[in-house]
Ligand binder design. Structure first.
Ligand code: ADP
Ligand code: MG
Length: 455
């Protein structure tokens, strides 16, 4: 009977994407087949719903190919399940342990580059990276790189504030490239890892091997480049490796929380090379983007959560996607603990103490005061007709925050900041949005202002 399960899994693995296979079928096992009733054991309750909704048909078809006509497919939660189902060929013979049969020690035969060698985390992929207004350009570049590594977007320089998805997106590119070509040589590492490996190589007198290791790569992904150390030997080494890989049309991917020329200790020539193919950023998600991310997360984990609860989180977590996920998990944990739904948790006031969560209602007046003070102006000065550059800029920042954070209409904003009409407000907001793309100081200022406003 258990030989059947082995074959069924092998077939399922062929027909669904690999990441989904490992997410949903890891730890599953065949418990029994009786009179057409097939019972599958799963490690946790979240998987049951997803398997029922998404994979029952696939499983039934695979069973029928193995001469088992399934009348009913049922799932039960099996505790302490250590069984691992992985992609690749399944070679073991199943055994029965203590009355419950298990498919044990399933191993891969044809090894694909594993995450230890590449540094890639299989949990980050393009399927679970939600595309929205905040990242659409970066995602399309990522897809282009997966199609044609080393060509149009080389190097790919991806920047944006913390928690906006840089690490996720670059792992996703790496994983997609491995899925396309298992032989591709990829290395993902944080720049700190590059630095410490280099230091070790110097100490052990193995710099030649160190170089060789990088020069043999098809794709090099360096995360958090802003942490690069001074203009020392490691940066020179990186520059050399960069030039050599680039010369061989090998894909280089670099992330950073700021633009190359704003990284303090970076060599100018390196900064300019990193921008050769353009720079791409991930921006703060808007309300719709946040809702889409949370919906995808809920669906992927087979979790039920009310729309209102999702909207509440999207509206109240203003910082970044990492915090948004944190609040989402916190909410689910509280719901689980109290045995009530996520929306009930919110309605009963159990949340809103955490970081990123802005329960406080902010008045337009408060925004005007805080922005004015931040730029060392009085509200009256800021909301005057003055066209002096710093005063105008402060006024436009206030307009931007009133629109983006408080969701105010442009005529209301016009009245609040003392400008003639709403087109001036629209122009002001556009101006700030444009500047935010390139001006890291302004980004920092707006982030600091958010803290002051909500803090
Ligand atoms: P960064 O490297 O920019 O600091 P991360 O890549 O670590 O950010 O992202 C923080 C968290 O937010 C991760 O758990 C990541 O999976 C999630 N995340 C970010 N952007 C998205 C997105 N577009 N869709 C789904 N999850 C996202
Ligand atoms: Mg990161």
């Amino acid at each position: 009977m258990f030989g059947v399960w082995k074959n069924v899994l092998a077939e399922v693995e062929q027909v669904i994407p690999r990441e989904q296979f490992s997410t949903w079928f890891t730890g599953t096992e065949l418990v029994s087949i009786e009179d057409g009733v097939v019972t599958v054991g799963v490690p946790n309750v979240f998987k049951i719903k997803q398997l029922q909704v998404k994979y029952s048909e696939v499983l039934k078809t695979a069973f029928s190919h193995n001469n088992v006509e399934v009348k009913q497919l049922s799932y039960i939660v099996q505790g302490n399940n250590k069984t691992k189902v992985r992609s690749g060929e399944i070679t073991s013979t199943p055994t029965a342990i203590g009355g419950t049969a298990r498919v044990s020690s399933l191993v891969r035969k044809n090894k694909t580059p594993n995450s230890l060698q590449t540094g890639l985390n299989p949990k980050y992929n393009l399927d679970n990276f939600v595309t929205g207004t905040n990242n659409i350009l970066a995602v399309s570049v990522a897809r282009n790189i997966v199609d044609q590594p080393g060509e149009k977007y080389n190097p790919f320089f991806l920047y944006g504030g913390p928690g906006l998805g840089k690490t996720h997106l670059v792992h996703a590119i790496g994983n997609a490239l491995v899925a396309k070509d298992a032989k591709i040589k990829i290395q993902y590492m944080a720049v700190s890892g590059f630095y410490s490996d280099f230091i070790k190589a110097v100490q052990n007198k193995t710099t030649a091997e160190f170089r060789q290791r990088f020069r043999a790569l098809d794709v090099l992904i360096i995360d958090d480049f802003q942490m690069i150390m001074g203009k020392d030997a490691s940066q020179v080494e990186f520059f050399d490796i960069f030039n050599e890989l680039y010369g061989m049309n090998k894909q280089i991917i670099v992330t950073s929380d700021r633009l190359p020329d704003q990284i303090k200790k970076i060599d100018e020539r390196l900064a300019s090379r990193l921008s050769w193919a353009g720079t791409f950023d991930l921006q703060l998600p808007q309300f719709e983007d946040k809702c889409a991310i949370l919906r995808a997360k809920a669906e992927f984990s087979g979790i039920e959560i009310e729309d209102e609860a999702i909207e509440y989180l999207a509206e109240n977590v203003k910082t970044n996607i990492r915090d948004l996920e944190g609040e989402f998990n916190h909410l689910l944990a509280v719901a689980d603990l109290k045995g009530i739904t996520p929306l009930e948790v919110i309605n009963e006031g159990y949340v809103n103490t955490n970081k990123g969560m802005r329960s406080k209602t902010v008045s337009p007046r408060l925004v005007v005061e805080k922005v004015a003070k931040f730029y060392q102006l009085t509200p009256k000065e800021m909301c005057s007709k003055s066209r002096v550059a710093n005063i105008k800029n402060a006024r436009q920042v206030a307009m931007y925050i009133l629109s983006r954070e408080l969701g105010m209409s442009t005529p209301k904003i016009a009245a609040e900041v003392g400008v003639k009409d709403h087109t001036t407000v629209m122009h002001g907001i556009k101006k700030i949005e444009g500047d935010l793309k390139l001006n890291f100081t302004l980004r920092d200022q707006i982030a600091a202002l958010r803290e002051k406003i909500y803090g």
